[in-house]
Design a binder for this molecule. Structure first.
Ligand code: FMN
Length: 217
């Protein structure tokens, strides 16, 4: 009777080993997952810092850009689902440029994250893509490492080109599409245009010409 209902010592020992192994495996997976997440975050921060420096090189501001940040919260024009960090470039204390985080979900593969730098006079300082999943060889020409297309925004403003020019050539606008890929550049052009509209609507607050922080849209 006892031999049927009471587990033998070897069964107990094997159960214990199995339990310990399971705990060890779960712990190991958790550690690997956490370190991978940390590496991804560190890589994203590195890319972000590089993009900030490319958009607004050191000779165009005298402040510590990374420590001159503020929060923007706008879904309508910046596409942000949550508040996000923006930056101000200054010379002698005056804001000379802002760099806004911009998000579009209209890429071929959905989400594209951009940083859009705008000089105080409303001209684009530069645009960089910091995250995307567009197709290599087709949609990834928005990366500066692959093509110089993203530089075509430099110097553009709300008035130049006129509103109808803020589109890819296939749609009658001023911006080139990529060979065999119109969806990606169309999404980026529209997102940058909306960011410029946001800048113009909130210009005084963004440049701190008025005391209040930018209004939320
Ligand atoms: C496998 C595959 C991947 C594609 N990747 C992209 C892409 O990343 N970006 C893009 O704009 N178009 C991509 N395209 C092409 C689009 O489907 C579309 O044909 C092209 O952008 C032209 O769009 P239009 O008809 O609006 O001008 C891809 C097509 C295929 C078959």
């Amino acid at each position: 009777m006892d031999s049927v209902t009471t587990p033998s010592r070897s069964v107990l020992r094997n159960s214990l080993i199995l339990g310990l192994f399971a705990i060890f495996t779960v712990g190991l997976i958790a550690v690997i997952q956490q370190s991978t997440e940390q590496r991804i975050i560190a890589e994203q921060q590195r890319m972000q810092m590089r993009a900030l420096n490319e958009i607004l090189p050191d000779d165009q501001h005298d402040n510590d850009l990374l420590n001159d940040s503020f929060t923007v919260d706008d879904r309508k024009h910046l596409g942000l689902p949550n508040p996000a960090t923006a930056w101000r470039g200054r010379s002698d204390g005056a804001v000379t440029a802002v760099i806004l985080p911009v998000l579009t979900m209209d890429g071929y593969s959905g989400r594209i994250d951009l940083l859009v730098g705008i000089h105080a006079n409303g001209e684009l300082a530069g645009v960089r893509v910091v995250n995307h999943r567009e197709t290599p060889g087709l949609g990834d020409k928005l990366e500066l490492a692959k093509a110089d297309w993203i530089l075509s925004f430099n110097g553009k403003s709300l008035a130049m080109p006129a509103p109808e020019g803020w589109a890819v050539r296939k749609d009658g606008g001023d911006f080139d599409q990529f060979t065999g890929a119109t969806i990606t550049p169309r999404a980026v052009v529209q997102a940058v245009h909306k960011a410029i509209i946001y800048f113009n609507e909130h210009r005084d607050a963004l440049l701190q010409l008025t005391p209040e922080e930018p209004t939320h849209g």
